[in-house]
Design a protein around this ligand. Structure first.
Ligand SMILES: [Mg+2]
Length: 292
């Protein structure tokens, strides 16, 4: 008999997927009184003129301000309370878990796990209301010296984000564990077919591709309140012209929204598939009694 493989995972990007903005704007930049537009332009200059990686560019720029250098990771965690979310976040996490609360799913121990993978700062995510609902959240991290943030300890770039999909797939959630350790497909706790990735744009293309290629569901969300329609156009292009995602929906996580219908439908499909496979495994394992 194969491994039970009864876990389902939804992996979310954060900026512009669960939140309408960049997490730094509501937290660290607001704290230091820095204008977000000026800040992000200064990061773009580092990237375009000096060839910096995007994540190292913003981490370097943050450390250029005394008011930010004075902060600890604990301070960053406290700022997580100031994050803004799209409608329905974080209540949607528990409500989506409720979809699997039917006896036929509970009997098979089918469970849903939520993960966030961001190029923003993990400490801020850890201090947010999402922490109670997520199995793990990953992002860039600062090391500390004498109680102050001092140097980038870990960066999570757009391409590196795919590593975390394999961490979910193999349940190697601790970054000290080698994600490249061999594990046969049938032994992996969360098969890619049981995964849903929710992202917002070109920065999610590596994750969308890994998910889609391996049988998971790739969903692009857009901000319906963006009057420029740029957010919508990004998703439209990803779906129609680049064939990177299966579907797109407004980033509204409330009950009855198009996004919720898509997520709940897929969860139900995956869970029914698990129930059916478990039934077949049981039937195959049954040895018929010898004829009397
Ligand atoms: Mg994003």
């Amino acid at each position: 008999m194969s491994e039970p493989q009864t876990s389902i995972a939804i992996v979310y990007d954060f900026d512009h997927t669960l939140s309408p903005g960049f997490m730094q704007d509501d937290t660290i930049l607001a704290h230091a009184g820095i204008d977000p537009g000026t800040f992000w332009n200064s990061c773009t200059a580092l990237i375009e003129q000096e060839g910096y990686d995007q994540e190292l560019a913003y981490m370097k720029r943050l450390l250029e301000y005394e008011a930010i250098r004075a902060l600890s990771n604990r301070d960053l965690r406290r700022m997580g309370a100031h994050l803004t979310f799209f409608p329905g976040v974080p209540d949607c996490f528990g409500e989506l878990n409720d979809v699997l609360r039917q006896p036929k799913y509970q009997e098979q121990h089918i469970r849903l796990e939520h993960y966030v993978v961001s190029s923003g700062l993990k400490a801020i995510l850890d201090g947010s209301a999402m922490a109670a609902w997520t199995t793990a959240m990953w992002g860039c991290e600062f090391a500390e010296a004498e109680g102050r943030i001092s140097f980038p300890k870990r960066t999570v770039s757009h391409t590196q984000k795919t590593q975390y999909l394999f961490r979910v797939n193999k349940a190697l959630l601790n970054t000290a564990q080698n994600v490249n350790d061999h594990m046969p497909e049938e032994k992996r706790p969360v098969p890619f077919q049981h995964m849903i990735y929710v992202g917002d744009g070109p920065t999610d293309v590596p994750c969308f591709t890994v998910i889609k290629k391996n049988g998971g569901l790739a969903v692009a969300v857009y901000n319906p309140g963006d009057a420029t329609k740029r957010s919508f156009k990004k998703c439209y292009d990803l779906m129609l012209h680049a064939d990177r995602v299966h579907c797109m929906a407004p980033a509204d996580y409330r009950q009855g929204s198009q996004l919720r219908l898509i997520l709940e439908q897929r969860l139900t499909e995956i869970a029914d598939g698990i129930v059916e496979r478990r039934r077949q495994d049981k039937a195959a394992a049954r040895v018929p009694a010898p004829p009397s």
